[in-house]
Write a protein that binds this ligand. Structure first.
Ligand SMILES: [Zn+2]
Length: 286
């Protein structure tokens, strides 16, 4: 099994044509204002947002509005487990069926251990698809760090529940499901990336003091104090700009696993939403 790569068989003429279209689209777009009300900056690139809002959208999955905290998501996860235990699964037969379905959902995202490629392989221009890059991170998360895929699926569901309370369709955009998935996949994917240990070591030289030359020379340049340095190793992860599309690819995989295990109607369960509202200290579900 190989990691999929994007096709690179576009002709020179086609590449040129696309580039020219992009330049003209950018020019038309940048004369318009950002779609966020109250923001009067010009649009960035071909985005409907200005540079600031576009960056926020790419990094956090929404250009404006509150973001989930770790505490909120954990509270929802607790509420979800209670709901599962006390409301959703009433009989032993249901429990048994759930265990099988949940395990089979995890199987759909159990990647090949050989996909845990080192950091530099994703930095290079090897043409891996977003999904392929997502699998690389999932492999690190599961095979190298030995984290549970079940936890990652649970996190996706918690973010989905969170959106029922604190997320609204953003202004100036179309496609509710697409927008909400963009947000949910961003947060669920970052959870996996954050716990994947997918980093590189960067050596940095830090100045820890200065040494005065013992011999005072006639040459002033030689009299300057010399820095005493120490090498430190720092762990560096993917930049938020690069990580965005990759974490959303991971989120999409998690979504597939959850759909496989739970179906898609669980989110409408009033008892679950009631428990989540109580856990979040929200008066009632919006
Ligand atoms: Zn803006």
């Amino acid at each position: 099994m190989h990691l999929p790569r994007t096709g690179q068989n576009r002709s020179e003429a086609s590449i040129r044509q696309r580039r020219n279209k992009l330049i003209s689209d950018k020019a038309t777009n940048s004369s318009k204002p950002c779609v966020i009300s109250g923001c009067d900056r010009h649009r960035y690139c071909v985005s409907t947002y200005c540079n600031t809002h576009a960056q926020r959208y790419r990094r956090y999955g929404r250009a404006k509005g509150p973001l989930p905290t770790e505490g909120e998501l954990r509270s929802i996860e607790g509420a979800f487990k209670e709901w599962l235990d006390q409301d959703h699964l009433a009989t032993d037969q249901q429990r048994q069926a759930f265990k099988l379905a949940w395990a089979s959902g995890q199987k759909t995202i159990t990647t090949n251990p050989a996909f845990a490629l080192p950091f530099f392989r994703l930095e290079g221009n090897e043409g891996f698809t977003r999904q392929a890059k997502g699998w690389v991170i999932l492999s690190h998360y599961f095979h190298v760090q030995r984290h549970s895929l079940s936890d990652a699926m649970l996190r996706l569901m918690a973010v989905r529940v969170w959106t029922e309370f604190f997320w609204q369709m953003p202004e100036g955009r179309r496609g509710l499901t697409k927008e909400r998935n963009y947000f949910v996949h961003t947060w669920a994917g970052y959870y996996v990336l954050r716990n994947s240990g997918f980093t590189k070591s960067k050596t940095e030289e830090k100045i820890i003091g200065w040494e005065r030359p013992w011999y005072i020379s006639d040459d002033p340049a030689r009299n300057r104090p010399k820095p005493i340095t120490e090498k430190t190793i720092k762990k560096v992860g993917l930049t938020p700009f690069k990580a965005g599309p990759i974490v959303r690819a991971i989120g999409k995989e998690l979504q597939g696993a959850v759909d496989h295990a739970m179906g898609t109607t669980w989110i409408n369960d009033a008892r679950l939403l009631k428990r989540a509202a109580d856990a979040l200290g929200q008066p009632h579900h919006k």
